[in-house]
Ligand binder design. Structure first.
Ligand code: KIV
Ligand code: ZN
Length: 528
């Protein structure tokens, strides 16, 4: 089905308003501008930038967003009072496409306890608020707060009156996240059918996620005639949040076979937006969150990994690059099978013969039983363990270090270089530096020292020192780590440095580490 046969769903993002109402999710002025710019770049149709009457800060950020955003409509929220509406009008007036979003509660429980108003008084306020908003802008949205718990007859009277007064969008929120998809579909169908002028406005869904069905309700609303969905990045929002923008958009995208809609969202920016919002609000994204969670495209079970290596369609309904999430990751752990282990070895540049592979696989499984996550470096270490001891090319023969307060510190080092003995004296900025400089003179290399760590293995001043050294080779992207222990910290340092150099040399011989592009290519080849 091409987009011309489908209806557009207007994406109304309220991360900066309802999202910011999440306890603890406050954003600074600069952060709000950054989020707004990305939402605009992503193709969001309407950005609800804030609630201008709420504070001076909110007013300022809505005004600035209205000034800088070039494509999206900018909405400011207002209660049904002229003061609120005038403030919202002033905040959005510089927008290319300004909108005022005004609301009032229409459910019996809200009207009685929250507003202390009769239905007739509320109806009057609907009319006067929408008319006031129209004095500022042509684009006015009216919301029936707690809409899904409102009596149908009264709701229809309010909607009809709001449209007559000039509202161009009618929003029926499920404010308390109470409704169910079929119920919401029927509810919206009835409102649209019963309100005589319903064809003069666009209907909108604003669903909260208290029962975990905000996205399902929004999509059910779309099948009843809703053409605007209000949502937030990462589903941020009051209490359990709002419908998550990324889920709404990807559901429409992925199931276009049964959802005859489209959005103008550039889905490749979804992951970036999720990360930005998570960073600026300090709200972590649930690991298994749909679309943008870090496990959304990660597979650990051996059966799944095997399927994924044969054809990504076996366990993925969307490709990670569609949402800007990089590549599928096969997480190495105790559930991983031989196929995934083989593929990981290839990715790391190893080609092992059958026996070496079997041996490495057995040791990998033992390690995975002990360790929750097996990182690439763990795998490299367990494969390299055998290779490097078999080919220790360079060894420390003797080391004499002069250190102390007067300096300069020096190291006289003799190495056994594949049978040949060579000695050098080098200076350094401290004894360790002198030792490493001496090694550099005897074994010239370009490796960069990425880590140097000393641990005491036992207690007391005669403790064995355990030194870890990690070296990086920029040209190939290879890294090698090695550890060595000795009662003398400087000897342990020299041994660890040399062992890391040996390991790095072996890795360099295997060629450059596969680039992200290579890996993406491989993933594409195995994809649908
Ligand atoms: O949840 C809600 O009802 C709202 C309105 C202000 C639209 O956020
Ligand atoms: Zn809300």
């Amino acid at each position: 089905m091409s987009n011309t046969d489908k209806d557009k769903i207007i994406i109304f993002d309220t991360t900066l308003r309802d999202g910011e109402q999440s306890p603890g999710a406050t954003m600074t002025f600069e952060e709000k501008l950054e989020v707004a710019s990305l939402l605009d770049e992503m193709g969001v149709d309407v950005i609800e930038a804030g609630f201008p009457i709420a504070s001076e800060g909110d007013f300022e950020s809505v005004s600035e967003i209205a000034r800088i955003v070039k494509n999206a409509s900018i909405a400011g929220l207002a209660r049904a009072s002229h003061k609120d509406i005038d403030r919202a009008g002033a905040a959005v007036k510089h927008a290319v496409k300004p909108r005022i979003h005004t609301f009032i509660s229409t459910s019996p429980v809200h009207m009685k306890y929250k507003l202390s108003k009769t239905p007739e008084e509320v109806l009057e306020m609907v009319i006067s608020s929408v008319m006031r908003a129209r004095t500022h802008v042509d684009d006015v949205e009216w919301s029936a707060e707690d809409g899904t718990r409102t009596e149908m007859d009264f709701l229809c009277r309010c909607v009809e009156a709001a449209i007559k007064a000039g509202a161009t969008t009618i929003n029926i929120p499920d404010t308390v996240g109470y409704t169910m998809p079929d119920e919401y579909r029927t509810f919206i169908t009835q409102v649209i059918e019963r309100v005589p002028n319903s064809d003069k406005a666009i209907f909108s869904a604003h669903c909260h996620n208290d029962l975990g069905v905000a996205v399902a309700n929004s999509l059910a609303g779309a099948s009843a005639g809703i053409r605007q969905i209000e949502c937030t990045i990462n589903g941020l929002g009051e209490r359990a949040g709002n419908a998550a923008l990324e889920e709404v958009v990807m559901a429409i995208n992925t199931r276009s076979d049964i959802l005859p809609f489209y959005t103008d969202i550039d889905t490749k920016l979804l992951t970036r937006a999720s990360k930005l919002v998570s960073a600026v609000t300090s709200f972590p994204v649930q690991y298994n969150k749909a679309i943008v969670g870090r496990n959304a495209f990660a597979h650990e079970s051996g059966i799944h990994q095997d399927g994924m290596l044969k054809n990504a369609e076996t366990y993925e309904i969307m490709r990670p690059d569609t949402v800007g999430a990089g590549k599928t990751s096969l997480v190495m752990g105790k559930h991983s099978g031989r196929a995934a282990f083989q593929s990981k070895l290839e990715e790391l540049g190893y080609e092992l013969a059958d026996n070496a592979f079997q041996d490495a696989f057995v040791r990998f499984k033992e390690l995975a039983d002990r360790k929750k996550t097996v990182y690439d470096e763990d795998i490299e270490a367990l494969v390299d363990e055998n290779i490097s001891t078999a080919s220790d090319r360079t060894k420390v023969e003797s080391l004499l270090v002069v250190a102390g307060t007067t300096g300069p510190q020096s190291a006289t080092l003799t190495l056994n270089l594949e049978g040949e003995h060579k000695t050098v004296q080098a200076m350094g900025n401290g004894p360790v530096d002198a030792v490493f400089n001496a090694i550099h003179e005897l074994v010239p290399h370009e490796a960069r020292l990425a880590l140097y760590q000393v641990h005491a293995v036992t207690h007391g001043t005669d403790a064995q020192a355990e030194v870890s050294v990690r070296l990086e080779d920029e040209e190939t992207g290879r890294r090698a780590t090695a550890r060595a222990a000795d009662p003398d910290t400087l000897v342990a340092s020299a041994k660890a440095y040399l062992a890391a150099l040996n390991n790095l040399e072996i890795k360099r011989e295997r060629g450059p580490l596969k680039s992200q592009e290579d890996l993406d290519d491989a993933a594409r080849r195995s994809g649908p």
